[in-house]
Design a protein around this ligand. Structure first.
Ligand code: HEC
Ligand code: HEC
Ligand code: HEC
Ligand code: HEC
Length: 276
């Protein structure tokens, strides 16, 4: 459920809510950062987590703490996503409370006839569910399982709710979003992944045979619901982290992208999988 207030809301700033000058400055600075891709551009790409929007030790403007003693600035770089002990899931040692949304798209099939999947945020094993634990707007950013010997009060009461751009899903509704948790036609063959099989109308020659050669991360599904990184013939799929690297290590551009956001050459993110 949604906890806390929308400290970050630009509407509130423009409505003239009274706040400390320092808070206001950092919120405005963050607004400028989000508004301008150039503010965190290619120079920041591949530089690691520090100083990015996924560095929650730095996010003072984004996430004012109102739950002392443990709060923003007190946590480590990994805390909001991973924990060494008492994690929600052993896989990825995942620390962030998962969304209970049952994600789906607004249409049944892609043009190729591939079914869009439905999957629950708290049971699907792919990385997409981990991303959506923060990016569907239903769970507070600081709602984690374990930190410093206990489950903390919500570290960061702020959460981004619609229409924040970072909420790419509107709760369970994935309408308008590129397929994820879906099969990829690795080596120009159909795949079955997350219970979905590549549709019969797919143009198999219009895909890069092996996007991992282009810096894309692909995943495989063993058929029992276990998802690991790496393509396997006929059971390969894509997740959010196929296009984005949340750690900002294998990135080529801002927005944690594994390819460039602009252009038309082979580094352009879309051409790393599609052959159009
Ligand atoms: C904003 C959330 C977030 C933060 C912060 C974060 N991670 Fe991750 N991490 C993820 C996600 C999501 C995945 C799954 C990525 C994938 O599927 O490619 C992941 C995967 C991993 C993996 C699995 C292997 C791999 O490299 O993909 C390791 C190890 C890891 N993270 C370590 C760390 C460490 C250490 C830190 C802190 C220095 C950290 N992460 C910070 C979200 C995060
Ligand atoms: C612990 C919560 C959390 C997790 C988990 C998480 N994110 Fe984020 N992410 C955020 C926050 C907070 C922001 C920035 C705040 C905003 O824009 O409202 C952000 C911003 C982003 C951005 C925009 C970057 C920019 O420069 O503006 C992208 C892209 C992104 N995340 C992708 C992902 C992907 C992909 C995953 C999973 C692999 C993921 N995130 C997992 C919290 C999270
Ligand atoms: C097919 C590649 C691809 C996949 C898969 C993908 N993204 Fe993105 N994402 C992009 C591109 C390209 C952009 C930049 C263009 C834009 O903002 O839409 C982006 C932008 C974003 C942003 C920033 C939006 C903004 O304007 O601030 C967030 C947050 C994000 N993605 C999260 C996710 C999450 C979470 C998932 C999985 C549910 C995901 N992405 C899956 C390619 C992808
Ligand atoms: C990681 C690989 C990958 C990347 C990168 C990628 N795509 Fe896709 N794309 C896919 C897969 C897989 C499908 C689903 C194929 C199917 O229908 O079976 C797909 C489907 C599509 C579709 C068809 C949707 C429909 O309903 O028929 C469009 C359009 C599309 N992608 C556009 C883009 C754009 C634009 C980008 C760049 C922002 C991009 N893709 C980047 C893998 C990728």
């Amino acid at each position: 459920m949604i906890h806390g207030d929308l400290v970050f809301s630009k509407t509130k700033v423009s409505e003239g809510i009274i706040m400390k000058q320092s808070q206001l400055c950092s919120i405005l600075a963050l607004g400028a950062l989000l508004a301008s891709p150039a503010a965190w551009s290619a120079e920041g790409a591949a530089g690691g987590l520090q100083g990015t929007v996924h560095d929650f030790t730095q996010a003072t403007g984004l996430t004012p703490n109102t739950n002392p003693p443990a709060g923003i600035g007190d946590v480590g770089l990994c805390t909001y996503c991973h924990t060494p002990h008492k994690a929600y899931s052993t896989a990825l040692l995942w620390n962030h409370t998962l969304s209970t949304s049952n994600f789906s798209w607004d249409i049944a099939k892609t043009t190729a006839g591939t079914d869009f999947p439905t999957f629950r945020g708290d049971t699907y094993k792919g990385a997409t569910a981990k991303c959506l634990s923060c990016h569907d707007g239903t769970v507070a950013i600081g709602d984690i399982a374990w930190f410093a010997e206990g489950k903390p009060a919500i570290l960061d009461p702020m959460q981004h709710a619609a229409p924040e751009p970072a909420n790419i899903a509107n709760g369970a509704n994935m309408a308008g979003n590129h397929p994820v948790a879906m099969p990829f036609p690795y080596q120009n063959q159909g795949s079955t992944y997350n219970g979905v099989t590549t549709g019969p109308q797919i143009s198999l020659d219009e895909w890069q045979p092996d996007p991992t050669a282009n810096g894309i991360r692909l995943f495989n599904d063993d058929g029992a619901g276990n998802i690991t990184a790496g393509p396997v013939l006929a059971s390969t799929g894509i997740e959010c982290s196929s296009c984005h690297d949340p750690h900002n290590k294998k990135t080529a551009d801002d927005l944690f992208l594994r390819g460039t956001l602009t252009g038309s050459d082979t580094n352009y993110i879309c051409l790393k999988c599609h052959n159009k």
